[in-house]
Design a binder for this molecule. Structure first.
Ligand SMILES: [Fe+2]
Ligand SMILES: [Fe+2]
Length: 194
């Protein structure tokens, strides 16, 4: 099947199995390049300081480096690297963006940690903004409360040090490619398998 073949329908109601064969082939190629799109999107955080002592890319690298040097596994480190990737488009809900991107590829534990890191991180600054720093306590009986609080305490909240020598984005690239190699939870997983 040639790369330039295209489906012939003008409304999905008229789509045929052949059309969808063509689209599936394109989808597989496109999906394979997901890690490249993630890397370019992460680079959008470069130079974006937002008043913080280091920019958001450096913060992401520092969070991931701290997790890696503390012996966390590859999936956890990649979650650490991506936890703030949503800062560009999710100005009011950035953890949801990272969680949506990671969802097909990571464990429920790591997904919950990424999704909730914003409210847990708030423990370190909400009170400076007239908010309730204990907002995370709504989850105090949740089995992943300690796991998520630990991510913020050890890696995220501490990752604003301009003097910390982080690994480069290239260092994390092979890990990112491995984590994003194959979806484990996706309604398209079967269709996108080779
Ligand atoms: Fe964040
Ligand atoms: Fe962060």
């Amino acid at each position: 099947m040639g790369k330039h073949e295209q489906a012939t329908f003008t409304a999905m109601q008229e789509g045929t199995a052949e059309d969808w064969q063509i689209i599936s082939t394109h989808f597989r190629d496109f999906a394979r390049e997901l890690p490249d799109r993630i890397l370019s999107h992460l680079k959008l955080l470069d130079g974006d300081f937002g008043g913080f002592p280091i920019d958001r890319l450096e913060h992401s690298l520092q969070t991931a480096t701290r997790a890696h040097r503390d012996g966390r596994d590859e999936e956890y480190v990649v979650c650490a690297l991506l936890h703030d990737i949503g800062d560009t488009l999710g100005s009011y809900n950035h953890p949801d963006i990272a969680a949506a991107i990671l969802k097909p590829f990571v464990s429920e534990e790591n997904l919950w940690m990424v999704e909730k890191h914003g409210v847990f991180q708030g423990y370190y600054f909400f009170h400076h903004l007239g908010m309730d720093r204990h907002l995370r306590d709504q989850f105090k009986d949740h089995p992943l409360y300690a796991y998520t609080a630990e991510f913020c305490a050890k890696y995220d909240a501490t990752a604003f040090d301009p003097d910390y020598a982080s690994e480069s984005l290239e260092f994390f690239e092979p890990m990112l490619r491995r984590v994003f190699a194959r979806p484990r939870n996706s309604m398209y997983a079967k269709a996108s398998a080779e």
